[in-house]
Write a protein that binds this ligand. Structure first.
Ligand code: ZN
Length: 407
């Protein structure tokens, strides 16, 4: 999941050993890209798969391992994951956040256990087992490793989806990260909310008209946003069928202004972090923001630090060949699926933006959602089960018969 405020200067997680019994994670302080890439090179060699590396932006390398299908002309399956993680505050952790400590219950503690090194390794192990059994799949399968998801993906997936090398992959369907589910069910995500950031109201030249100060305008803008926030919160809390991904979240994140206690400032700024579900009409929503600014007074301007207008969602209709294969395969394993809109942003939004259906799915049930949190962990049994889940899902998807537009 994308973490929008952090810099990239933190250790990447590395899999020192991919043995299924234990996961080892190790921080690599120097040359993090190289180390992660070296690990992936070794895996590609072991799996006997060709590996392609594309430097999408300076220093941002996307790696792709390809398992060619028996009919490579057909659209391929993408297994996507990202290699970066968010920073840790070691003092808040029970165990070293990069030691992959396994406690008596089999819970493995490490940054990235849920987000999303578990999935990366599950893809790899599932492919390893399938290959060991001599299985041949009809469609080509690509394992893609992205370096910068946690800082927004702008120099990774967002740029790469428009790269000629991406088009060459001829992707028909993609799997990417999801979230843990504390209950028995598994959550699948078919769309994401759009992040809109930093919407400063600069309430004009208040110094000359004490009646109409920047601060008053600021308060009015803040009230409009917070009233809306309360309404959305109420909507979420009073409806059984809404989840966090279905409503717009608003959080005031920064307020700036003022020079001295006896000087009325000429301008003041406020910033909000907005996450908007794909069901909201974004043009209408921006009109609403304009209206709030107008109501607060003259000379109020706003801007967006990030504004995503893409509202593609992936079909979860039973007549969709990809979804029906995905859901039917899960059913054969007695898995219950809960369909949701992802409450934050992942690289899937860039994949969907170029028209490729993508499902966000990290096979973790009976697990509290701890991504980006202190003491992130995953139980080894859940982790191991996930390998068998992908071992069924990957061939099922790669053997979806040719679609009408592929004939
Ligand atoms: Zn993630």
């Amino acid at each position: 999941m994308t973490h929008n405020t952090q810099s990239s200067d933190f250790p990447f997680l590395l899999f020192r050993n991919y043995e299924e019994k234990l996961l080892f994670f190790s921080p690599v302080i120097l040359n993090i890209h190289d180390a992660a890439l070296r690990f992936l090179d070794r895996i590609a060699e072991e799996l006997g798969l060709p590996m392609k590396k594309i430097e999408v932006c300076p220093g941002k390398v996307v790696s792709i391992m390809t398992w060619e299908g028996t009919n490579p002309a057909l659209k391929s399956i993408l297994l996507n994951s990202h290699t970066d993680v968010v920073p840790v505050f070691q003092e808040q952790w029970k165990y070293d956040a990069f030691s992959a400590f396994k406690d008596a219950e089999g819970n493995i503690y490490a940054r990235g256990t849920q987000d999303m090194k578990c999935v990366t390794i599950q893809y790899i192990q599932a492919v390893r087992r399938l290959k060991a059994e001599g299985r041949k799949l009809m469609r080509t399968v690509h394992l893609m490793f992205i370096p910068d998801e946690e800082i927004g993906g702008h120099e990774g997936m967002e740029t790469f989806v428009n790269h000629p090398e991406f088009k060459k992959l001829n992707i028909g369907f993609a799997l990417d990260e999801g979230l843990a589910n504390p209950g028995e069910a598994f959550t699948v995500f078919y769309g994401e909310r759009n992040p809109w950031f930093h919407c400063p109201g600069s309430p004009g030249h208040g110094s000359r008209f004490v009646e109409n100060t920047a601060a008053e305008k600021l308060v009015s803008v803040i009230n409009s946003f917070l009233n809306f926030r309360e309404k959305e919160k109420h909507r979420l809390n009073t409806s059984e069928c809404l989840t966090l991904g279905d409503v717009t979240t608003v959080n005031m994140t920064m307020v700036k202004g003022g020079v001295a206690y006896n000087v009325i400032p000429a301008e003041m700024d406020v910033s909000f972090d907005l996450r908007i579900p794909p069901t909201v009409n974004l043009q209408e929503f921006e009109k609403q923001i304009k209206q709030w600014c107008k109501e607060a007074g003259d000379d109020i301007t706003y801007e967006f630090a990030q504004k995503h207008m893409n509202q593609n969602i992936t079909s979860t209709e039973e007549n969709d060949p990809w979804w029906s294969t995905f859901s039917a395969t899960c059913k054969t394993m007695n898995m219950t699926l809960e369909k949701e809109i992802f409450p934050a942003a992942t690289d899937s939004r860039f994949i969907r933006a170029v028209g490729i259906p993508a499902i966000g799915f990290s096979p973790m049930n009976r697990t509290p959602i701890l991504l980006h949190d202190h003491n992130e962990y995953l139980n080894e049994q859940i982790f191991l089960k996930g390998i068998s889940v992908y071992k069924r899902l990957i061939p099922a998807l790669a053997n979806v018969p040719p679609l009408p537009d592929e004939a």
